[in-house]
Structure formats: structure tokens, C-alpha cells
Design a protein around this ligand. Structure first.
Ligand code: FES
Length: 266
């Protein structure tokens, strides 16, 4: 149990062969795959999600709470890396409150941008603390002890819960798979180009699953139609529509673009 009084806490600084599937069927299958919302693997992130009322699906991150035991108990709290620590609001903190209420806030301190610790419910704390200059926020990210006069609350994000899936709306996340189209075969195997909206500083990779009940797994991909250099993840330095290529060697299945969101534990 944390015993450090808040006021004096010490500082502390994510084919089936061509003969069995026509090209039209290929496109149909892969296009469907691009719109699925799935999570899995060691990276707990999200894909383009189904439409939720009043929200833009391109801005929704989904977290499968089954993968995060800490978020299954009241006052559990953890941080996730969306865009890195150098980007304002690049780290978010998710905290569970009683009644299965989840709060999502930026971990970017509104004083000078240090990364705020997760929520700590220990007696004598019950707050989120930035140890750079001891700014203190409540469980909802409201400032309760300022490092500088007039300091703002932490930015907050809308959340909604459906079963074990926690949806967090991140403005300007800009994540949308536009299409998956066939490209010229390379070394006899079909290659597909996947077009999607990508945000600066986010990390992306491509998953593949042979069917809708299997857990999607990461696969190598290419940055051009003819490239032989296999990539495992990619980050862009600007927000724009991007295209990646995959080469199918296994038969039918589903490809998905995934934004990598892993736990932030410095
Ligand atoms: S940067 Fe957080 S208290 Fe100063």
C-alpha cells in the first residue's frame, strides 16, 4: 500500500487456390475482412469498429477487457500508448470506477506535459499524480492540486461498454480501412493492396485470420506492389491515406489493418 502523503511524494519520471475462388470472391472476402472489429494477441488494440450511435467509427478504439485483469476490478487503472510520449495526449489512462463505469483521460499532464501516473486508490492518495511537479488529478482527470495557478483538467474521452468491449472515442483518430484491392501477382502469388486512413505517430500492422473464429495473427507486409522487404509494423510522419501490400500464400482468409495500442509501462 502506498503510504507517501500526496503533498510530499517523491518525483518519478504497444488461397484457397485460384481455381476455387474467383477474383470477385477474393475481393468480397477481403473487403469484408477489412471491416471487422477484432482484437487479440499480445497487442490489445482495435480495428475499424462497427458503427455506434452518435460516434464516428473511424475514431473509436476498442479494448477487450478480458485481456486486462487490472481493468476488471474497481479502481483498476492502466495506461496505453497510442502515439508515444512526445505527442500531446499520446498516452491515455483507463480507470474502472464502481458500477462498471470507465474513465478515459489523457495522461499528458496539463502543467508541462509529463506523463501522469495511473489512478491510485490507496488510502491517502485516491488520485492520479504527476510526479514531475506533483500535480494531482481525481479519478475523472479533474485537477485537485495544481502545479501552476489555473491549471486545466486532463482531457477526457467518451467511453461506452458492451459486454467485455470498452469503446473509447478518440477525436481525430482517423482510422478507417478504405478498401482492399487485388494487385499484380509476385512470384506467382496474389498480392493485395490495402488502403486505409493513418494518423501521424500511430503504429500500424496487418493481421490475418483464415476464418472468422480464429484469432487474427500479425503477418508481414510490403510498402509497395513489388517490394520484397517484409515489414512488421509501420509508423507515418503525417496524417494521410496510406496503402500497404500483403501477399497471400495460404488460401482464403481475412486481412485487417490494426492500430497498435500497447500498455504503457515505462
Ligand atoms: S508536468 Fe506534471 S506537474 Fe509539472
Amino acid at each position: 500500500m502506498r503510504t507517501c502523503p500526496i503533498q510530499s511524494c517523491p518525483r518519478r519520471p504497444a488461397g484457397i487456390p485460384e481455381s476455387l475462388f474467383s477474383r470477385r470472391e477474393w475481393i468480397k472476402h477481403f473487403a469484408v475482412g477489412s471491416a471487422l472489429a477484432l482484437t487479440g494477441g499480445s497487442f490489445k488494440s482495435t480495428l475499424l469498429a462497427e458503427i455506434a450511435p452518435g460516434t464516428n467509427p473511424a475514431n473509436i478504439l476498442k479494448f477487450n477487457l478480458a485481456n486486462y485483469p487490472v481493468l476488471q476490478t474497481d479502481y483498476g487503472s492502466m495506461r496505453f500508448n497510442l502515439f508515444g510520449t512526445a505527442v500531446a495526449n499520446g498516452i491515455i489512462t483507463l480507470t474502472r470506477a464502481p458500477g462498471s463505469v470507465y474513465y478515459a483521460v489523457s495522461a499528458w499532464c496539463t502543467h508541462e506535459g509529463c506523463i501522469v501516473d495511473p489512478y491510485d486508490h490507496s488510502e491517502g492518495t485516491q488520485a492520479m499524480i504527476c510526479y514531475c511537479h506533483n500535480s494531482i488529478y481525481d479519478i475523472q482527470g479533474r485537477i485537485i492540486s495544481e502545479a501552476t495557478p489555473g491549471q486545466a483538467d486532463l482531457p477526457t474521452y467518451n467511453t461506452s461498454l458492451s459486454g467485455n468491449i470498452l469503446s473509447v472515442e478518440i477525436p481525430n483518430l482517423n482510422f478507417k480501412v478504405n478498401n482492399i484491392l487485388p494487385s499484380a501477382p509476385v512470384a506467382g502469388n496474389p498480392r493485395f493492396q490495402i488502403s486505409f486512413s493513418a494518423r501521424k505517430d500511430a503504429r500500424y500492422r496487418i493481421l490475418y485470420t483464415p476464418n472468422l473464429t480464429a484469432t487474427p495473427a500479425p503477418v508481414g507486409f510490403y510498402s509497395s506492389a513489388s517490394s520484397q522487404l517484409v515489414l512488421n509494423q509501420i509508423t507515418y510522419n503525417s496524417t494521410s491515406t496510406r496503402t500497404l501490400w500483403v501477399q497471400n500464400t495460404t488460401g482464403s482468409g481475412f486481412y485487417m489493418v490494426e492500430m497498435i495500442v500497447d500498455a504503457y509501462n515505462p
